[in-house]
Design a protein around this ligand. Structure first.
Ligand SMILES: *Cc1c(COP(=O)(O)O)cnc(C)c1O
Length: 355
């Protein structure tokens, strides 16, 4: 891959950031696009252009057979006005892992990180500056040649779009109620649970809808075989804090290998805490709650960073922490991560990259 074409870098006179930024609803002026065609030697036409609709055949493979993957990361306005990205190379490495599993072409990680920086540079006025605000970045790849029949596509498009966002929880860092279910499963080992691919989310909608109908924000997925062990929540990895140990489910192929998860594990290790990647059953969690050794449950993910769990229900059983106050460790981790991301604290682990 050589250079990026700057097609029509028309800066709009003014950037109009809405007062209330609802997550995922607003997009900046420009996108990055590039095309893949085996016959043309792979990736080509890397272009930064005006945000616009795509032109797809109704027979485009992706629309029928779901060969599509995505990523999610954020850019943060730093105290000094510069722009920081949190571990962006990890997102493109993960995109490549998803691509391999779905027979899609991989990308050059360094090239993509640079392309992303170029794109953000064009639209850097779209990065909100208020505390807790950021620019959400959504890379997307899909196969689009027109063909009815199940096979890998020959042509792919990679798009990066930018979406200015406010804090994930506009009411503040409030704990969320989650519902564990054995009525549906999300992913099974050797499937595509560890890929950020559309089908996983489509498959989760009905469970999510039913949970929301009875007042729960997210579904807590259980393992598909025994329906006993906790896996993850919506678009977050899960951590359980017992008295002497913090536990998170291991990466056995059914859960998304979160970059926030990876970072939290490292921070907890650095803090000298006992953090274990091991299977943890719902029974263990409910028993610990009864014996008084369960202290906290929280989710980790780019969008919300850390989400404290206020309530966990499974069948007739329910654990109640607080509906008002996030857990101690959740708050501490949220502060640590956001301080690094906004450049308010020294980035001793070299996680940030700057434009
Ligand atoms: C994106 C995602 C996560 C969190 O990953 P991060 O890299 O931390 O944002 C966790 N679970 C699922 C299902 C996801 O899609």
């Amino acid at each position: 891959m050589s250079n990026i074409n700057f097609e029509t870098i028309e800066r709009t006179d003014q950037v109009h950031l809405p007062e209330n930024l609802v997550f995922g609803r607003n997009f900046s002026d420009h996108v990055f696009e590039m095309d893949y065609d085996e016959a043309l030697g792979g990736w080509h036409n890397a272009t930064i252009k005006k945000y616009q609709n795509l032109n797809l055949s109704p027979a485009a493979l992706v629309l029928h057979y779901g060969q599509t993957i995505f990523e999610g990361l954020k850019a943060y306005k730093q105290k000094d006005g510069s722009v920081g990205l949190f571990r962006p190379e990890k997102n493109f490495e993960r995109l490549n892992n998803s691509a391999k599993r779905l027979c899609m072409p991989t990308v050059d990680v360094d090239f993509m990180v640079n392309a992303l920086k170029e794109l953000i540079n064009v639209d850097k006025d779209w990065i909100p500056t208020k505390p807790g605000y950021s620019l959400y970045i959504r890379p997307l790849m899909f196969g689009y040649d027109p063909f009815l029949g199940v096979r890998p596509a020959n042509n792919y498009k990679l798009v990066i779009m930018l979406s200015p966002v406010g804090p994930y929880y506009p009411e503040g860092f409030k704990p969320v109620p989650i519902l564990a279910t054995d009525k549906f499963v999300r992913a099974v080992r050797k499937g595509v649970g560890e890929c950020k691919t559309a089908g996983n989310y489509a498959a989760s909608l009905l469970a999510q809808k039913e949970a929301q109908k009875i007042g729960f924000t997210q579904v807590l997925w259980l393992d598909a075989i025994e329906q006993k062990y906790i896996e993850e929540v919506g678009t977050m990895n899960l951590f359980v804090k017992f008295k002497d140990e913090v536990v998170t489910p291991p990466l056995h192929g059914t859960i998304l290998p979160g970059i926030t998860r990876m970072s939290v594990i490292q921070i907890l290790n650095d803090w000298g805490m006992n953090i274990q990647e091991r299977r943890v059953s719902l029974d263990e969690v409910f028993e610990a709650n009864e014996s008084g050794t369960l202290e906290e449950i929280f989710g980790t993910g780019t969008a919300a960073v850390i989400s404290s769990v206020g309530r966990l229900k499974y069948g007739e059983k329910e654990i109640r922490f607080s509906d008002e106050e996030a857990g101690e460790l959740s708050k501490k981790l949220y502060s640590e991560l956001t301080a690094i991301q906004y450049g308010e604290k020294e980035d001793s682990r070299n996680w940030m990259q700057y434009l």
